[in-house]
Design a protein around this ligand. Structure first.
Ligand SMILES: NC(=O)c1ccc[n+]([C@@H]2O[C@H](COP(=O)([O-])OP(=O)(O)OC[C@H]3O[C@@H](n4cnc5c(N)ncnc54)[C@H](O)[C@@H]3O)[C@@H](O)[C@H]2O)c1
Length: 273
């Protein structure tokens, strides 16, 4: 197993992407500290991993509250004695544009995405530096952080900011053997998150009209199918593991070709523009 005896903190462990990444890291032997502001998301993720004979701890924590972040890092160290991997994944969606977004909502969304990653990186990396054994940080971006999406100003700006946070932190921490990379997901096939939520013991009702909402994403992406959280999980295992020992400050896109697409080419139209 690639992550045997290692300890990973994952923030934002809903049954969607954070849960998928946590399960993938656990399957490679890592102990998981599932951190979420929603107690049920931390608890159900950790419980599922423990039931499968893994090691896991649930911590309820708002990533924007520095005292709670310090307490979460302290709880991880108390339980497992070390932290090797941090996945900054917590975020929330609030699609508003520069004209209609209230300033407090801008502050809250940028605060969770950028501020939360800043606080967890700060306190986890202090512990990694004290231990002198290095570590790996993975920041979860979005294709919206690479492009100018209208009407999603705080989200796409924060995600773009996280790309350079990744590079800057990578340079600052390189001397301590801490690698900092990012992973870019895109519009995600929702089926796996329903399946995961069911495995976690939840009753799930698929929202009506979801297939209709997802259809343009599925049809417009070069691979003509959307990634699932376990695709991101495999990439996170790679970035966290010694297989990526020489990789820092980079972004790994798991986006079915979304960002590479020539802007004027519509995959629905066939091979040419
Ligand atoms: N779903 C997508 O299509 C998609 C696409 C690209 C990128 N992403 C990114 O992937 C990540 C996960 O997305 P998801 O779709 O699984 O979202 P999700 O809403 O299912 O999960 C996000 C989790 O973060 C938690 N969270 C929110 N605010 C928090 C806070 N202040 N403190 C602690 N926890 C908090 C939520 O409770 C939730 O469990 C996010 O970073 C998102 O931007 C998602």
């Amino acid at each position: 197993m690639k992550l045997e005896n290692r300890v990973a903190i994952v923030t934002g462990t809903s049954p969607n992407i954070g849960g998928g990444i946590a399960e993938a890291l656990a399957a490679e032997g890592a102990a998981i500290v599932a951190v979420d502001a929603r107690e049920a998301n931390a608890r159900d993720c950790a419980n599922y991993i423990v039931k499968g004979n893994g090691r896991a701890l649930a911590v309820t924590c708002d990533v924007t509250d520095e005292k709670q972040v310090e307490a979460a890092v302290g709880a991880a160290l108390k339980e497992f004695g070390r932290i090797d991997i941090l996945v900054n994944n917590a975020a929330f969606f609030n699609k508003k544009g520069v004209i209609d977004m209230p300033f407090d909502e801008w502050n809250r969304q940028t605060g969770v995405i950028l501020g939360g990653a800043f606080l967890f990186t700060k306190h986890v990396c202090k512990a990694m530096i004290d231990r002198k054994r290095g570590g790996a940080v993975i920041n979860i971006i979005s294709t919206a952080g690479h492009q100018g999406e209208p009407g999603n100003i705080a989200y796409s700006t924060s995600k773009c900011g996280l790309l350079n946070f990744t590079r800057s932190a990578a340079m600052e921490l390189v001397g301590h053997g801490i690698r900092v990379n990012s992973l870019t997901p895109t519009a995600t096939d929702p089926a796996e998150s329903f399946e995961r939520a069911t495995r976690w013991g939840r009753t799930v009702k698929k929202p009506e009209g979801l297939d209709r909402v997802m259809a343009p994403f599925r049809e417009g992406i070069p691979m003509k199918k959307l990634p699932v959280p376990s695709d991101y999980g495999k990439a996170a295992v790679f970035l966290a593991s010694d297989d990526a020992a020489m990789i820092t400050g980079t972004d790994l896109r798991v986006d079915a070709g979304a960002i590479a697409r020539y802007w004027a080419w519509d995959p629905r139209a066939g091979a040419s523009v």
